[in-house]
Design a protein around this ligand. Structure first.
Ligand code: SF4
Ligand code: SF4
Length: 459
C-alpha cells in the first residue's frame, strides 16, 4: 500500500538529526514558575488562589472562564507570589499566577493512583480530562474535553493520533513514541472507549521508523487500532491535511473534524489523557525540544510547566554562539522570541535558536509568477493574487479569494523564490478581517438591543 499523503505541501529541510537520537532528559528547577491564564484557544481561566497561598503540585489554581476554556494546575509545591500580567510566548502580557517553588514538589494526595477504564463512565472520563486541564498539546491548544464531546458519540468513525510531527527540527513527539509508546496507546484506548463505532489510527510520517516499529509492536493483537504511515511532507500534521491523508475526508475552516466523523489528538495529548484517566495525574509536565545550530547541546527535555525557557537553555549548556534568531515552536509556524524569560505552557513544543536570521537576511522582490506557491498550498489557495490584494488594502477581495481559509502554514513563503512575505501578509489580513467582523457584530448587537429597549418602553 502506498504512503498516505495530501495534495500540495513542501519537502522542507528537516534538521531533525540534531536531536532525534537525544533521549528525553528530566530536568527540575527551583525558583519561580509562571502560569498564564490564557494558554490556548478560548476564554482566559480564572484564578482560584490568592497571593500568599501555599499550593501543592497537581492542585487546581484556576478554573475555566467559559465553555471553551481550561483548568490550570500548579506543577510545583510552593507559595503564590503574585497574580499579575507576565510576558508570554505570544509576545503579549497575560494575567498569570506566579508560584515560588519550595523545591519539594509535594503532590496532592492520590496523584499516581491507578484507575481501571472499566470502572469509569463516559461522564467520569470527560470530567477527569476537564479537571486535568488538558488542551491540544501539539498546536492551537483547544480544550480536549470539548473536543471529546461531539454532538453524537456514535457518529465518530475515526480517532486519529497525530504523530506526524511535520515541523522541521522538532523531535519530542518522536521520542515520546519511542520511549513511552504505552502512554500514547493507553490514551488512544481511553478516547476509543468514548466512541463505540470508532477505529483508532496512529498516523506517523515515514521519517520516524523507530516510532512506527515501537507502536506497531505494542498494538500487535489490537483489532481496533492500526498505524498509518504517511509520506514525510509539511504540513502533514495540519488537521485538515491529516484527516484527508488518513481517511480521504475533507473539512474546511467552518467545519470541525467531528463533522467528518473524526476526532484528532496529538500523541502528546493522548499521553496526557492516559496520565489523567489511568494514573490520576493532571497535566504538570511537558516534553519539549531545544534545538537549532546556535544551541550547544540540542536536547529533548521533560520539564514542569511554568518554567521559563531561558532557564532550560542554560541548564542544557546554553548557546555556543549568540543566536540571531530564537523561535518558540518550529521554524515554519513558531513565533519569534525576543525574551526567553517566558514560561513553557501546555501547548509549547520547542525552542529553536539559529546563528542566522534567514528571514531578516533575505530581501523580498516582486513576484516572478513561477506558480510554486499555488502548487504547494495545501488549501488550494492562490497566494500571489491574495498577497497583491492585501498589499492594495483590498480585504474584501482577500476574503472573496478564500483567504480566511489560510492555515498560516508558511509553505508559500518557504517555497517562494522571490522571498515574498506571503504568510505574514495573510496572518495580518486575517487578523484585520476578524477585527472588522467583531466590530460589525458588536454594532449589530448594540442596534438590536437599542431597538428592543425602545420597543419595551413603548409597551
Ligand atoms: S500560508 Fe496559507 S496561503 Fe500560504 S501555503 Fe499555507 S495555507 Fe496556503
Ligand atoms: S512562489 Fe513567489 S514568485 Fe512564485 S508565484 Fe508565488 S509569490 Fe510569485
Amino acid at each position: 500500500m502506498g504512503l498516505a499523503t495530501f495534495r500540495g505541501g513542501v519537502h522542507t529541510y528537516e534538521g531533525k538529526n540534531l536531536s532525534e537520537y537525544c533521549a528525553i532528559k528530566e530536568l527540575e528547577f527551583d525558583g519561580d514558575y509562571i502560569f498564564p491564564m490564557s494558554q490556548g484557544i478560548g476564554a482566559p481561566s480564572k484564578p482560584i488562589v490568592a497571593v500568599g497561598d501555599y499550593v501543592l503540585a497537581g492542585q487546581k489554581i484556576a478554573e475555566p472562564g467559559g465553555f471553551i476554556s481550561a483548568v490550570v494546575t500548579s506543577s510545583v509545591s510552593g507559595t503564590v507570589k503574585a497574580i499579575e500580567p507576565r510576558l508570554t510566548t505570544m509576545g503579549s502580557y497575560v494575567q498569570s499566577i506566579v508560584i515560588t517553588s519550595d523545591g519539594l514538589f509535594k503532590e496532592v494526595e492520590g496523584i499516581g493512583t491507578e484507575r481501571s477504564l472499566d470502572d469509569l463512565t463516559k461522564n467520569d472520563i470527560r470530567n477527569i480530562i476537564k479537571e486535568a486541564g488538558i488542551i491540544g498539546m501539539g498546536g492551537a491548544g483547544f480544550p480536549t474535553h470539548v473536543k471529546l464531546a461531539p454532538k453524537n458519540d456514535d457518529d465518530i468513525d475515526y480517532v486519529i493520533a497525530n504523530g506526524s510531527e511535520c515541523e522541521p527540527m522538532l523531535t519530542n513527539d518522536h521520542r515520546l513514541m519511542v520511549e513511552e509508546p504505552e502512554r500514547v496507546v493507553g490514551g488512544m484506548k481511553v478516547v476509543l472507549s468514548l466512541f463505540p463505532n470508532a477505529k483508532g489510527i496512529i498516523a506517523i510520517e515515514n521519517n520516524k521508523q523507530t516510532a512506527i516499529d515501537k507502536i506497531r509492536h505494542l498494538i500487535e493483537g489490537e483489532k481496533n487500532i492500526s498505524v498509518v504511515v504517511m509520506r514525510t511532507k509539511y504540513p502533514e500534521g495540519g488537521e485538515r491535511q491529516l484527516i484527508y491523508a488518513v481517511t480521504g475526508r475533507k473539512i474546511n475552516s467552518k467545519m470541525l473534524p467531528a463533522d467528518a466523523g473524526c476526532v484528532v489528538d496529538n500523541v502528546a495529548t493522548l499521553a496526557a489523557i492516559y496520565d489523567a484517566v489511568i494514573k490520576s495525574t493532571p497535566i504538570m509536565k511537558k516534553n519539549i525540544t531545544i534545538t537549532g545550530d546556535a544551541i550547544a547541546d540540542p536536547s529533548n527535555v521533560r520539564i514542569r510547566l511554568g518554567v521559563p525557557y531561558g532557564r532550560i537553555v542554560e541548564a542544557i549548556g546554553g548557546y555556543h554562539t549568540t543566536p540571531a534568531k530564537i523561535i518558540c515552536g518550529g521554524p515554519m509556524m513558531g513565533m519569534a522570541l525576543f525574551d526567553t524569560n517566558v514560561p513553557v505552557v501546555k501547548n509549547s513544543s520547542a525552542l529553536c535558536a539559529f546563528v542566522h536570521d534567514e528571514v531578516a537576511e533575505s530581501v523580498g522582490t516582486h513576484c516572478v509568477r513561477c506558480g510554486r506557491c499555488v502548487d504547494a498550498c495545501p488549501i488550494f489557495l492562490i497566494p500571489p493574487i491574495m498577497s497583491k490584494e492585501v498589499e492594495k488594502g483590498n480585504l474584501d477581495k482577500f476574503v472573496e479569494l478564500n483567504g480566511m481559509e489560510c492555515i498560516e502554514c508558511g509553505t508559500c513563503s518557504y517555497i517562494c523564490p522571490a522571498k515574498r512575505p506571503l504568510t505574514q501578509l495573510f496572518k495580518q489580513a486575517k487578523k484585520e478581517v476578524q477585527a472588522i467582523n467583531r466590530a460589525k457584530q458588536a454594532a449589530e448587537k448594540a442596534k438590536a438591543d437599542a431597538e428592543k429597549a425602545a420597543a419595551d418602553k413603548k409597551d
